[in-house]
Design a protein around this ligand. Structure first.
Ligand code: UGA
Length: 426
């Protein structure tokens, strides 16, 4: 099938490249010419495991190409056009649909109306209707939200838990079933509004679990319980489940914070004021503060104090630092006059774009430790787990570790003589 994907960021590029791997002919469109030029050379502008290999081999096989000109789309006469442009958070918390609107305008000008337009971007319920208005009555519009995790997006694409198709049209449903015919999973067909709400609800549910387990961890801190033991026993109940149950110094990323606020906003716009949604984000921001408080309690004076930081990315497996708790923590420590030496195996370039010269970027995790008092570990990169702790004990002037992800081997670290701080670990 001939397919166009508009937008080549985390969602669009994975969608385009993986659809090509399924055997479709895919043209990816992005208005950013320099990005398109790099993609044409096989360079993926962000880190996502396996993606670059797929992009290169699919380009070589002639199934994947890139352009900055939507007008080229007309030449391949696409059966389906996926809209995968950004829907960032606007000032009032609502999803900003300007890029979607611009893409719709471009489609009308360039593509024949037999193409099915599918919204892949995360959008508020009701957006499919708006896009149809923007496109005009000739075009059919469907919703097909994505559930990919950054860092695992390629494997999530080929092994999804489900595919959600939001349409009331048999033709649109069949086209989307054909698009994904190489993937074996449950398919849920529903109205576009339900599909759009499913996406927001999924992220809000997961975010609420995290804020709830973080609240339990904070209580564990006060009552002397150990959140790791609680998580294990809680997760053994199949009604609760053991995923997304790891407490920490707050969650981040370009999706949860934005989508939780956008759902709250969308509900209010439609006349319903949700009671449970806004507190998810309050708890999340408070979580980072509580973690910082542990640092302030241990070191009365932060001014001039030197800390090494391992991890900038919001999650392991990605170089994305958007809404990363690590950056929130770093900014607060800098405000208090700390000096920071940071390292992340993949997110140094993206971290540098945000932090500039406010911190020192170390060439390796061990270099980051030199001349510092204590270590903060803020992303769950596997290599941090297997660090040479005996050597590290000699490098830090005080043997203190703050684990913002509760994932280090705390007992082993204590045996080596470290003081270790996590969240709810007693
Ligand atoms: C999330 C959803 O998981 C995807 O299904 C969805 O498609 C995506 O948003 C999106 O809307 O595009 P993502 O933000 O990439 O994916 O990453 P997650 O793995 O969900 O992690 C989000 C945050 O939660 C990270 O900061 C992570 O460290 C944190 N987390 C996760 C925890 O603190 N504890 C856990 O147990 C799990």
């Amino acid at each position: 099938m001939n397919i166009v994907v508009i937008g080549t960021s985390y969602v669009g590029l994975v969608q385009g490249a993986c659809l090509a791997r399924l055997g479709h002919s895919v043209l990816c469109v992005d208005i950013d010419e320099s990005k398109v030029a790099r993609l044409r050379e096989g360079v993926v502008p962000f880190f996502e495991p396996d993606l670059e290999e797929i992009v290169r081999s699919e380009m070589q096989a002639g199934r994947l190409s890139f352009t900055s000109k939507i007008t080229e789309a007309v030449m391949i006469q696409p059966a389906v056009i996926f809209l995968a442009v950004g829907t960032p958070q606007s000032e009032n918390g609502a999803a900003d649909l300007q890029y979607l609107k611009a893409a719709a305008r471009d489609i009308v000008a360039a593509v024949q109306s037999t193409a099915l337009v599918v919204i892949k971007s995360t959008v508020p319920p009701g957006t499919s209707k708006k896009v149809k208005e923007w496109l005009g009555s000739d075009f059919e519009v469907a919703s097909n939200p994505e559930f990919l995790r950054e860092g695992k997006a390629v494997s999530d694409f080929f092994n999804p838990d489900r595919i959600v198709i939001g349409t009331t049209s048999d033709r649109a449903e069949q086209l989307l079933r054909d698009v994904y015919s190489g993937i074996f999973t449950q398919v849920f067909v529903m109205s576009p509004e339900s599909a759009e709400l499913t996406k927001y609800a999924a992220n809000t549910f997961l975010a609420s679990r995290l804020s709830l387990i973080n609240e339990v961890a904070n209580i564990a801190d006060h009552v002397g319980a150990n959140i790791k033991d609680v998580e294990a026993a809680l997760g053994a109940d199949p009604r609760i489940g053991n995923q997304f149950l790891r407490a920490g110094a707050g969650f981040g990323g370009s999706c949860f914070p934005k989508d939780v606020l956008a759902l709250d906003h969308a509900a209010r716009e439609h006349g319903y004021a949700p009671k449970l949604i806004a507190p998810i984000m309050e708890v999340n921001l408070g979580q980072t503060e509580l973690f910082l408080q542990k640092i302030y309690n241990r070191f009365d004076n932060i001014e001039g104090r030197k800390f090494s930081v391992w991890g900038l990315a919001f999650n392991a497996g990605t170089d994305d630092v958007r809404e990363s708790p690590a950056l929130r923590i770093i900014e607060k420590l800098l405000e208090r006059g700390a000096e920071l030496c940071v390292f992340d195996p993949y997110a140094m370039a993206s971290g540098r774009l945000v932090l500039g010269d406010k911190v020192t970027f170390a060439p390796s995790m061990m270099d980051a430790l030199i001349g510092t008092d204590a270590l903060l570990v803020l992303t769950e990169w596997e290599e941090f787990l297997y660090a040479p702790w005996n050597t590290i004990a000699e490098l830090l002037s005080e043997r203190v570790i703050f684990d913002g992800k509760n994932f280090l081997p705390h007992k082993d670290l204590r045996d080596v003589g470290f003081e270790v701080f996590g969240i709810g670990l007693n």
